[in-house]
Design a protein around this ligand. Structure first.
Ligand code: SF4
Length: 467
């Protein structure tokens, strides 16, 4: 309508890559449905908070953000924390509505419906005020699982905007594993794989638009199985995507150790387009704690898997997740975690203090490791990891790595490029290599490939020279 401005949206995303992927889909849908993108949160009429709920700390951050936003903006809550609130209300668990004064609340499996529903409910009048038809109760009745609606997924995935050589594709939603500490199966639901054809065709479209690197996402990508053909498992999918013209590299997140089979290991080892940078959450090093966590493997299984992968892919780089202070974790149990970090040799780890999550099995356990003890253990985990990574890097001194130049110039942080360091490259195993600036490299450009000699290590960074 002439004279009526469009509503401006701002999406703030918390948590994991899955949420960032979902936020991209929500934004595409809203722009298509007549909304404008606000330059900042302050400029927005409608703020969408795509939230995380994996730890207690994440919940607190979101509640504080909602508190700050109270006022004239419409607040739309989605993601895992939104589902937690819905579940609590459905189960009669008291939720202080005054703490969560949001206008709309969508679960993660309702995100594809957000644009249409908001477009139908929000209008802007001539004064620039938003008329909200309101639908909180109405929406409850229409709630549905978007991940069972393949036409809707197809429409979103095929039209997803790409503005770089990199794109993410969610291949599976939800999780069936019910690790005892984890809220994900409750807030994201049971596993639903997205049909192979949709993923394959999306990847092809991305490649046609210039995408060269894909990141496949899911809570447990290894258990992917196309709903229309159970021969199309994760290995089949990975291999098929590597055959698409233009696709140069495929990464994936997250793998569950118990589902990482030999077929997948062989494929990763034999296919240069598949990243050898593997995220493999272990969570703890003691069999007793692993069992209480319901992880489905013991320490030896995990270390055997790492060993098998290393034998087949000597260049592989591993990262992991660790939880410290799980209920009943003794000092002895914790020392097993420290020794596992040594034995596995991770390039990187994400460490967390355990916090009880509603609806989970461990919520019923006594949270008996004190906060001080958790903090101390977490500090020890990071200290240990620093040493392990430093020795991995030192073992690379004098080696030659294939590198692709990722950045040229001074970068955002001039300290990164001190001493005339100019190029940032990515090695075969995705490790970052800083290339010393020399006149002879002045013609290097982003995307160029070369071989780098690793000449020195400083502050846990590899520095090298292109030969
Ligand atoms: S595998 Fe375990 S930790 Fe990972 S999402 Fe599923 S339940 Fe949570």
């Amino acid at each position: 309508m002439e004279g009526v401005k469009k509503n401006r949206i701002f999406i703030k995303t918390y948590g994991c890559q899955m949420n960032f992927h979902d936020s991209g889909l929500i934004e595409d849908g809203l722009l298509k449905n007549g909304f404008d993108k606000a330059g900042s949160l302050n400029d927005a009429d409608i703020v969408i908070l795509n939230t995380c709920s994996v730890r207690d700390h994440a919940d607190h951050k979101i509640v504080s953000e909602i508190g700050r936003l109270k006022g004239d903006k419409k607040i739309v809550l989605t993601g895992c924390f939104a589902k937690q609130i819905k579940l609590k209300r459905e189960n009669g668990v008291s939720v202080n509505n005054a703490d969560i004064p949001v206008d709309y609340c969508f679960a993660p499996d309702e995100i594809l419906s957000i644009p249409e529903i908001l477009a139908g409910n929000f209008e802007k009048n001539y004064n620039g005020d938003i008329n909200d038809k309101g639908f909180k109760e109405e929406f409850k009745a229409t709630a549905k699982d978007d991940y069972q609606n393949f036409n809707l997924i197809e429409e979103y995935f095929y039209n997803k905007k790409v503005d770089s050589g990199f794109a993410t594709i969610k291949i599976i939603e939800g999780c069936n594993n019910f690790c005892s500490y984890c809220i994900v199966p409750f807030v994201r639901g049971k596993e639903r794989s997205i049909p192979f054809e949709i993923i394959y065709n999306s990847a092809k479209r991305y490649a046609d638009k210039g995408v060269r690197e894909l990141l496949l996402l899911g809570q447990n990508v290894n258990s992917y199985l196309s709903p229309e053909d159970d021969k199309k498992d994760f290995s089949y999918m990975l291999e098929s995507l590597t055959k698409i013209n233009g696709i140069k590299k495929i990464k994936f997140l997250t793998s569950h150790p118990k589902d990482f089979n030999d077929k997948l290991i062989e494929l990763i080892a034999s296919n240069d387009k598949i990243s050898k940078n593997i995220h493999l959450p272990v969570q703890a090093g003691s069999d007793r704690v692993l069992s209480a966590m319901n992880r489905g493997y013991i320490r030896r299984d995990y270390l055997n898997l790492i060993e098998k992968l290393r034998k087949k892919c000597p260049d592989a780089a591993f990262s992991t997740d660790i939880i410290v202070g799980f209920p009943t974790e003794t000092k002895e149990d914790f020392n097993m975690t420290l020794s596992l970090i040594d034995e596995a040799g991770f390039d990187f780890l994400f460490g967390f203090k355990y916090s009880p999550r509603p609806f989970t099995k461990a919520f019923e356990f006594k949270d008996d490791v004190s906060l001080e003890e958790k903090k101390e253990r977490l500090g020890m985990v990071f200290e240990k990891q620093k040493k392990v990574f430093s020795s991995i890097l030192n073992s690379l001194r004098g080696k030659r790595l294939n590198v692709t130049i990722l950045a040229v110039g001074k970068g955002k942080n001039p300290a990164e490029f001190k001493n005339g360091i100019l190029f940032k490259g990515e090695g075969l195993n995705d490790r970052t290599v800083y290339i010393v600036n020399k006149d002879k490299y002045k013609n290097l450009r982003i995307g160029d490939k070369g071989i780098a000699d690793i000449t020195y290590i400083e502050n846990n960074r590899l520095y090298g020279e292109v030969i």
